[in-house]
Design a protein around this ligand. Structure first.
Ligand SMILES: NC(=O)c1ccc[n+]([C@@H]2O[C@H](COP(=O)([O-])OP(=O)(O)OC[C@H]3O[C@@H](n4cnc5c(N)ncnc54)[C@H](O)[C@@H]3O)[C@@H](O)[C@H]2O)c1
Ligand SMILES: O=c1ccn([C@@H]2O[C@H](COP(=O)(O)OP(=O)(O)O[C@H]3OC[C@@H](O)[C@H](O)[C@H]3O)[C@@H](O)[C@H]2O)c(=O)[nH]1
Length: 386
């Protein structure tokens, strides 16, 4: 770790980071990276710590004096400002961010993504502290191309679908499509942070992740999360594969996504942390434009990869079509296509994603199989016995 330099050749000084939402999927990978490869300290704030337990215990770990866990709900805890003051940089990851919640718990979604983030922005601004805030690719909403006639040749022109931080509009559906409660709350907090930068000099970076996936994402229903819970697609499909049941394709599985391996994405965040002069004042797409599939293709690929890593043949009917109303309830809507433009992050940080979709699914599903297959078998045999 000695002699680490930034992109401009300057020595990197150890800093203290207040990481809010450190116990989640992204937070756990970021903590892991910071502990194993950097000298920085982390004040890890979350209501849960299961996903970072391996970094907190035992006290003999090499980095034991560089990470502290604070069990704090940022909605109502006066200790938050003190932690932000103690740190050089705050990273805010805390949010409700699973689509099944956006239309069924729209108030919690809006409070979590806008109201609860307000004090974090305010404390950073008032105390002259740098902020890296996690927004989302969902702020782009639907593509312009989605509104062209189905057979229009313009749909092939990247100008109508590639998403650019400084050019693309944010296109959401009507208010009764409560799916957009999340994207809209994230958009408003982005605008507020930008305004704090413009009017009060807040040093900020906004991150728009495009479907980061990998180990520890969300939960497997009935094993380490509620039986009736609906996580994001990676965990939904993993759960189906582990239980040998068909993967459910919402509205035909036609929506398109680009998936990026969490470990590639974390490299980008580390560059932002350690190169403030290049990252401050910017909004960055972080995704992998080369890994585009529609959800049906994702299901097919996951089925093949899971057969390979588990040694089990796939079931006779591997997918099942369901309507979005049946799966998510009233008020669901969807982003049609999400390809990140990489110009800004390339120019500022020289970063590029590396891992191909097949490879990232192979390492992720190997982890899912190793972590959950036995627990699922036991849970299923108990249900059958009862
Ligand atoms: N994973 C992705 O692909 C993705 C895509 C777009 C945006 N994001 C954004 O990145 C951030 C992190 O996402 P993630 O995938 O790690 O989600 P996650 O749900 O795994 O992590 C969020 C963490 O925040 C914590 N948290 C929520 N409310 C809190 C509160 N009031 N007080 C303290 N802790 C609280 C949760 O307990 C959880 O551990 C979110 O802001 C999300 O909107 C993620
Ligand atoms: O079992 C399932 C689960 C999901 N899906 C579909 O798969 C696609 C991806 O769904 P995900 O649950 O991963 O979530 P989305 O990509 O729609 O949104 C995510 O994007 C960025 C972040 O801000 C959030 O993490 C989340 O909002 C959607 O089209 C969804 O309808 C299925 O077809 N079957």
């Amino acid at each position: 770790m000695a002699g680490r330099v930034d992109l401009d050749g300057n020595q990197i000084k150890p800093i203290t980071i207040c990481m809010i939402g450190a116990g989640g999927f992204i937070g756990s990978h970021l903590c892991e990276k910071l502990m194993s490869e950097t000298p920085h300290k982390v004040l890890a704030v979350d209501v849960y710590n299961d996903k970072i337990k391996h970094l907190l215990e035992p006290a003999t770990l090499a980095w034991a004096d560089r990470i502290q866990f604070h069990r704090i709900n940022i909605k109502n805890d006066s200790r938050l400002e003190g932690l932000i003051k103690m740190a050089d940089l705050t990273i805010n990851l805390a949010a409700i961010c699973t689509p099944a919640d956006y239309n069924t718990r729209p108030l919690d979604t809006i409070y979590s993504n806008f109201i609860d983030a307000l004090p974090v922005v305010k404390y950073c601004s008032e105390n002259g502290k740098r902020l890296i805030h996690f927004s989302t690719c969902e702020v782009y909403g639907k593509t312009i191309g989605a509104f062209l006639p189905k057979d229009s040749p313009l749909r092939q022109d990247p100008a109508y679908y590639v998403l650019k931080e400084d050019e693309s509009p944010c296109i959401f559906g009507p208010i009764e499509k409560q799916r957009w409660s999340y994207a809209c709350a994230k958009q408003l907090i982005e605008r507020l942070i930008y305004a704090e930068g413009a009017e009060n000099g807040l040093e900020f970076t906004i991150v728009r992740p495009f479907n980061w996936i990998g180990p520890r994402m969300d939960f497997i229903p009935g094993i380490d999360g509620p039986s009736e819970g609906v996580p994001r697609v990676l965990a939904c499909f993993s759960n189906n594969l582990l239980r040998r049941e068909p993967l459910k394709l919402v509205d035909g599985g036609e929506s398109q996504r680009t998936f990026i391996y969490i470990k590639d994405a974390i490299e980008a965040i580390l560059l932002m942390i350690e190169n403030p002069a290049r990252a401050n004042g910017h909004t960055f797409n972080v995704g992998n434009p080369n890994n585009e599939v529609n959800v049906r293709q994702l299901a097919e690929m996951m089925t093949q990869v899971y057969s390979k890593v588990s040694g089990e043949s796939s079931i006779e009917t591997p997918t099942l079509d369901v309507s979005s109303k049946e799966f998510y309830g009233e008020g669901y809507d969807d982003s049609d296509k999400r390809i990140p433009d990489m110009t800004i992050i390339n120019k500022q940080l020289g970063w590029n994603p590396k891992t191909a979709l097949w490879d990232l699914l192979e390492s992720t599903l190997t982890y899912q199989h190793r972590t959950y297959a036995e627990a699922i078998k036991q849970a299923m045999s108990k249900t059958t016995a009862n």
